[in-house]
Write a protein that binds this ligand. Structure first.
Ligand SMILES: Cc1ncc(COP(=O)(O)O)c(C=O)c1O
Length: 409
């Protein structure tokens, strides 16, 4: 007799990325020369987790008795205000934003799926996307629809705005509602970051659809402090959507503060209509109670302090700049080694990952298996290989590229 309900009887137990990482580490421990480009966390050149010392310090300084108590269900007010300020500060969007605390950005994505889509409906995202979007949708009896992410000009990929517009219209017409997930900047898994004109085009598409059906645009900002240039510049392009579409943001401390394990995050929603905004806040707070109750108090207290104290903030910003430079060196090395090698990957100017698209006829799973035999671990995804440069030392990048070129031949 099966005790599980039918939809739960064939769930894959382990995230395949975690399984690959475990194998890479086991082989490395046995002395093999392994390049492990699977881990979605920033490692230093010795393969150790890169952490920001000032954040560790702030965590240590939180009074234990304060941390031991429950946090408010929707998150401490000071934390929520600090997060709104961090992401939207300086933009008129900030004064119309509400937020609830979530365990990482993952929790924020979960709440968006559960509150802005009906059961059975699909969120729309790009064809290359972070795998857990599908897991979160499945877990909540929702689906994922995708638009072809890139238009290729030779080996250079840029966002396919026509495909986005077409797919958004289709989904909206079919469902009578739309929820879009865009992960930008430094998209996982491609490393792609949109340019201003692309943001404007996305906004125009969303605006047109939002005039017909309830539409939510969620920006998954997990990597927003690792992009090139002003991380908040994109907000100006979204301003005209205020009040027309729901504007949501998944904020996470995992990468910005290198506190992946602290599970600190938030879902922000911008809406200038006061009564509707209050209803949204109530619904999200209810979701908090109905899922994890409340989040990690210690983590939220420490991050609040980092964000609210000007000198601590300056300190963490400068520590993070060191990590961005470390990552930037690897990105530059990757682009230099890949130049002229015929590798097809989207414009990559920063971020934890890039994805090399396999030429037609090449099976990515067997290419990844070939690489694994040679001690190079990457993640086969869709029709590409995801390469986590965040976990590869700059000195290993030329060998990595050489092996990828050979495996895709
Ligand atoms: C695209 C993307 N979104 C969201 C997240 C959320 O991470 P967390 O739940 O740790 O904040 C991640 C983490 O890898 C990610 O890659």
């Amino acid at each position: 007799m099966e005790f599980l309900i039918p939809t739960r009887t064939a769930r894959p137990a382990d995230d395949p990325i975690f399984a690959l990482n475990a194998e890479a580490n086991a082989r490395k421990a046995k002395g093999e020369s392994v390049i492990n480009a699977t881990v979605g966390a920033l490692l230093d050149d010795d393969g150790k987790l890169a952490v920001l010392p000032s954040v560790i310090e702030a965590l240590r300084e939180v009074p234990p008795v304060q941390a031991a108590g429950y946090a408010p269900l929707a998150g401490p007010q000071a934390f929520l205000q600090a997060v709104i300020g961090d992401l939207l500060g300086g933009s008129p969007l900030a004064e119309h934003a509400i937020a609830v605390a979530t365990p990482g950005g993952t929790g924020a994505l979960r709440h968006a799926v559960a509150n802005f889509l009906e059961p059975g409906q699909a969120l729309l995202t790009s064809s290359f996307y972070w795998g857990p979007y599908k897991t979160i949708a499945d877990e909540n009896d929702r689906k994922v629809a995708t638009f072809p992410m890139f238009q290729w000009n030779g080996d250079e990929g840029e966002l396919d705005l026509e495909a986005f517009d077409r797919s958004l219209n289709e989904v909206a017409q079919k469902q009578g509602r739309a929820l879009v997930f865009l992960n930008d900047p430094c998209q996982n898994p491609t490393g792609y970051s949109m340019r201003p004109a692309q943001w404007r085009a996305v906004r125009e598409s969303v605006e047109a659809v939002a005039a017909k059906v309830p539409t939510t645009l969620l920006v998954d900002a997990a990597y927003f402090l690792y992009g090139a240039g002003d991380p908040r510049a994109f907000l100006q392009h979204l301003q005209p959507l205020m009040g027309k579409a729901a504007l949501a943001f998944a904020w996470s401390a995992s990468k910005s503060f290198t506190q992946y394990g602290a599970r600190v995050g938030a879902l922000l929603v911008v809406d200038p209509e006061v009564t509707r905004r209050k209803r949204t806040l109530d619904a999200l707070a209810y979701s908090c109670r109905g899922t994890w109750s409340n989040c990690n108090h210690l983590g939220m207290l420490a991050i609040t302090k980092m964000l609210s104290d000007a000198s601590l903030r300056a300190k963490v910003d400068s520590e993070r700049a060191g990590l961005t430079a470390l990552l930037g060196g690897r990105v530059k090395a990757f682009n230099a080694a890949a130049k002229g090698q015929g590798l097809r990957y989207p414009r990559y100017d920063g971020g934890f990952f890039t994805t090399v698209v396999a030429p037609s006829g090449v099976d990515v799973a067997s290419a990844a298996a070939k690489l694994r035999e040679r001690g190079v671990f990457v993640v086969p995804q869709g029709d590409g290989l995801r390469i986590a440069l965040c976990s590869v030392a700059e000195r290993d990048v030329p060998r990595l590229v050489e092996e990828v070129v050979a495996a895709l031949r």
